[in-house]
Ligand binder design. Structure first.
Ligand code: ADP
Ligand code: GN1
Ligand code: MG
Length: 366
């Protein structure tokens, strides 16, 4: 049944009169609506039904986002000429409780943000400028959050990018084969299992203390960056997974999506490849903000990051396919399998271009 968006909207302390509410955006996780208000000079809003199957503890999730957006807003406001309402997400409070989420009669969790108007977002990138800007805004995000006061952020999805745990789940679902699909995907399984040891390197170095845990976004898919109409990056959205992590997670996921010449779920595997010029532009923008804070080992492993994140997504998509499509939203029956195949094709291309990536990062690190 379609939710009564007007009624849900009325619980939030927002300016403006509800005019319409329509599904919005390309997200795989939440149900997202754009609320348009009647008044021309009033903000529109993004209203989201939070996926509490994925985010099991919504109060903790929202506490993280409140802290992160509050901290970013205070810092951005200090920059002359900045516009905190466009360069940072703004949550609206629920009038009756003061909380940043509303629970409806059916137990669904809802939250609302100011809609960042006149923005552009891109699934992938074909201009040096956009790639550089994307890198810059992600570098800035990490450096602004480096001094977030208080307790560590909650782990909203435990072990989100922990490849050892992801592989455990992968092997478990293969053993259980709940949807009877394992026999059709032997080749795809082999592409994952043959790379397992290599992909554990970042997590091992973290354990050895060679790379530090920092605050990272963890879902830097390029469409989670909003741009203005002049292609200047405004901000990072989709803050659900902002939590402790390694910088490689953010670098890797941005390249996985921005630099891919084809879609994440492309069926045309010939066109799937990583654009090395986009890699270079993104890396230049990212390092312009982040170089000063990274240690030598973190920099050394930056070229490995795109391979790792592409591998993690390939593993997760195949796990979900074998599980019977229980996690990601899908548009057709073998959607997760297609996503997996496209990610493996991309990974192979990154493997072929690994030396080039290394040379580029070395050239910025002189
Ligand atoms: P999901 O986790 O499902 O990807 P997101 O939080 O990324 O959900 O939101 C889905 C889409 O909604 C985004 O890709 C973007 O297009 C749009 N969106 C989200 N927040 C805003 C915002 N504050 N202003 C404008 N658009 C937004
Ligand atoms: C999901 O929320 P969204 O659509 O930006 C997923 C990411 C994956 C991505 C793959 C919380 O991202 O980890 O990289 O799909 N987010 C979550 O497209 O699982
Ligand atoms: Mg998103």
């Amino acid at each position: 049944m379609r939710a009564d968006l007007q009624k849900i909207f009325s619980h939030f302390g927002a300016e403006g009169t509800f005019l319409t509410g329509e599904s919005f955006g390309p997200g795989h996780i939440h149900d997202t609506y754009r609320i348009i208000t009647e008044e021309k000079d009033c903000d529109d809003y993004i209203l989201q039904r939070i996926n509490d199957n994925v985010f099991r503890d919504v109060p903790k999730l929202q506490e993280n986002i409140e802290r992160v957006t509050g901290h970013l807003r205070r810092k951005i406001a200090l920059i002359p000429g900045s516009d905190p309402k466009r360069e940072c997400m703004t949550l609206l409070p629920v009038t009756a409780t003061g909380k940043s989420y509303h629970i409806d009669e059916e137990g669904n969790f809802w939250r609302m943000f100011i809609f960042i108007s006149d923005h552009r977002s891109y699934e992938r990138v074909d201009s040096y400028q956009r790639a550089y800007e994307g890198g810059r805004v992600i570098g800035r995000f990490q450096s602004m959050l480096a001094d977030l006061p208080g307790e560590p952020l909650h782990e909203t999805i435990p072990d989100f990018h922990n490849i050892e745990k992801r592989l455990e789940s992968f092997h478990k679902v293969i053993d259980e084969d709940p949807a009877g699909r394992v026999s059709q995907v032997r080749e795809e399984i082999e592409a994952i299992t043959s790379r397992e040891e290599e992909m554990k390197v970042i997590i091992r170095m973290g354990r050895e203390g060679r790379i530090p845990v920092r605050i990272t976004h963890n879902d830097t898919k390029f469409n989670n960056i909003l741009f203005d109409t002049n292609d200047r990056a405004l901000c990072l959205i989709d803050l659900d997974t902002v939590m402790p992590g390694y910088v490689h997670y953010d670098f890797g996921d941005a390249i996985r999506t921005a630099a891919n010449r084809a879609d994440e779920d492309s069926n045309d595997l010939e066109t799937v490849s990583m654009d090395i010029e986009i890699f270079k532009a993104y890396a230049e923008g990212y390092l312009s903000e982040a170089m000063g804070t990274l240690n030598a080992t973190e920099i050394e492993y930056i070229p490995f990051a795109p391979k790792l994140l592409t591998y993690i997504m390939a593993t997760r998509f195949l796990t979900d396919y074998i599980a019977g499509d229980i996690y990601y939203k899908i548009s057709y029956p073998d959607h997760n399998l297609r996503r997996n195949r496209a990610q493996i094709a991309l990974l192979k291309d990154m493997e072929a271009k690994y030396d080039q990536m290394t040379q580029i990062i070395n050239s910025f690190n002189k």
